[in-house]
Design a protein around this ligand. Structure first.
Ligand SMILES: [Mg+2]
Length: 216
């Protein structure tokens, strides 16, 4: 088994939900948005955000600011608010020290996902990044896994691991890509989906599993 691991970003390595809440509070205050507009944004962005959400916000609530300005402010606020716990950064550094190749595979717009990787300190710890917005291909599509592997300089044919919190996108997609999988428990598990190889409560437990893996 090759020492190659792909990690999901939001809800796996980084806590998007608390960052989102802080960023939206800040954005809505600075733009003096109505409570209705704030509520709308919180629902609209619950899973992911793109510039189109801000174009819609602007139209629906009659804002003067351009969608590009609103989006840029959101990207800046999110990249400042999002965090990765020190023990997670440390775990990834240990994997790299043990000759693991580490990639990020994420459903999201490329600019904000890269800003978040820089803001959390993850950018310098990974070998390659594939964001769905780059190609308009989303997990569980195997092609996004192939892109991630290529950007890491490895081949899916050599195997590896996928670690994430989304059953269909991360674990189902990982299986289809021929990877072993570790699920970060939290969401309901869909009945029809084959089980992950391991299930953990914390991403640091997943890193420990990888570190204990004896190469075959
Ligand atoms: Mg996730």
């Amino acid at each position: 088994m090759s020492r190659f691991a792909l990690f999901d970003l939001d809800g796996t390595l980084a806590d998007r939900q608390s960052a989102l809440s802080d960023a939206l509070t800040c954005l809505c205050r600075s733009r003096a948005l109505s409570p209705e507009a704030e509520q709308w944004l919180r629902i609209q962005l619950v899973d992911r955000a793109t510039i189109h959400d801000f174009a819609l916000l602007r139209d629906v609530f009659g804002l003067e600011a351009s969608a590009a300005d609103l989006w840029q402010q959101y990207v800046d606020l999110m990249s400042a608010a999002v965090t990765c716990r020190p023990e997670v950064l440390e775990g990834l550094a240990r994997l790299r020290a043990a000759a693991w190749t580490i990639g990020i595979i994420t459903n999201g717009a490329g600019d904000i996902q890269r800003a978040k990787l820089a803001g959390t300190g993850l950018a310098s710890l990974v070998d390659g990044v594939a964001a769905s917005g780059d190609l308009e291909i989303r997990k569980p599509d195997r092609r996004l896994f192939e892109l991630a592997a290529t950007r890491c300089g490895v081949s899916l044919a050599d195997g590896g691991w996928m670690i994430g919190d989304n059953p269909a996108g991360d674990i189902g997609g990982g299986h289809q890509a021929g990877l072993r999988t570790i699920w970060l428990r939290g969401r309901p598990w869909p009945d029809a989906l084959p089980a992950a190889h391991h299930v953990v409560d914390d991403v640091t437990d997943a890193i420990t599993i990888l570190l204990n893996e004896i190469s075959e």
